[in-house]
Design a protein around this ligand. Structure first.
Ligand code: MN
Length: 230
């Protein structure tokens, strides 16, 4: 019996691949514009930017193979396929060469984006949250432990919509690699066990419509399949 005055539901979590255990999800940090080709398609110069971050709530997590309703409040829902880091050990001011020691594992995620709302926020100089941090905006596969798959630094990252390739990149194209992202973020906030980091998306982001099927893939990490109801 808890002492809380209301019940807020279960701890958000993700399955661990090949196990009946689950990974509890704390906070979700997302890196913006971390592939040069995507930064360029959004109208920015990739060479001049330090990494920057935004967040999604833990309960925006969606399990693999879900069938979702098209979200409210948008006419332009975009896909962004991303490698996701699962932090196992917290810390602050983490050195780049110590950063991988804080990683529990990896998954494949979609940073679903209400691009019209985000675009308006950018224009008005307002926060991005309503474009990024809405219900069911963070589908992620089962996580795979780094103790089994190592730390992916290169390999294909792709997204198909209805069987057609829309995004096709390589993890090696990240402007800030995994250890650098962890180190940089840990100098801004104290990382906690259970935190996820969405590591940015390659070029080819675009709108989806009701009835579409999204298939994401990262070599050596997994496959994410999400359908939107017609
Ligand atoms: Mn993103």
């Amino acid at each position: 019996m808890s002492n809380y005055v209301i019940d807020i539901g279960p701890q958000p979590s993700l399955p661990v691949a090949g196990s009946d255990k689950r990974f509890p999800v704390g906070r979700i940090y997302c890196v913006g514009r971390n592939y040069a080709d995507h930064a360029r398609e959004m109208g920015h110069d990739p060479d001049r930017e330090a990494p920057f971050f935004f967040m999604k709530p833990a309960n925006a997590i969606v399990q693999n193979k879900a069938s979702l309703s098209y979200p409210v409040g948008t006419k332009e829902l975009h896909h962004e396929i991303e490698l996701v880091i699962a932090i196992g050990k917290g810390g602050k001011n983490i050195a780049v060469d110590k950063a991988l020691g804080h990683v529990w594992g990896y998954g494949v995620g979609l940073d679903m984006t209400r691009r019209d709302i985000q675009g308006e926020a950018k224009k008005q100089g307002r926060p991005w949250e309503m474009g990024k941090s809405f219900d069911e905006s963070a589908p992620v596969t089962a996580l795979r432990p780094a103790s089994e798959i190592g730390h992916p630094a290169k390999g294909a990252i792709t997204l198909k919509v209805n069987g057609q390739v829309k995004q096709s990149g390589d993890l090696a194209m990240q402007i800030w690699n995994v250890p650098e992202q962890i180190s940089y973020l840990s100098h801004l906030i104290t990382l906690q066990p259970g935190d996820l980091i969405f590591t940015g998306t390659p070029a080819g982001v675009g709108p989806i419509k009701p009835g579409d099927k999204l298939e994401g893939h990262v070599d050596g990490v997994g496959d994410l399949i999400i359908s939107y109801k017609g």
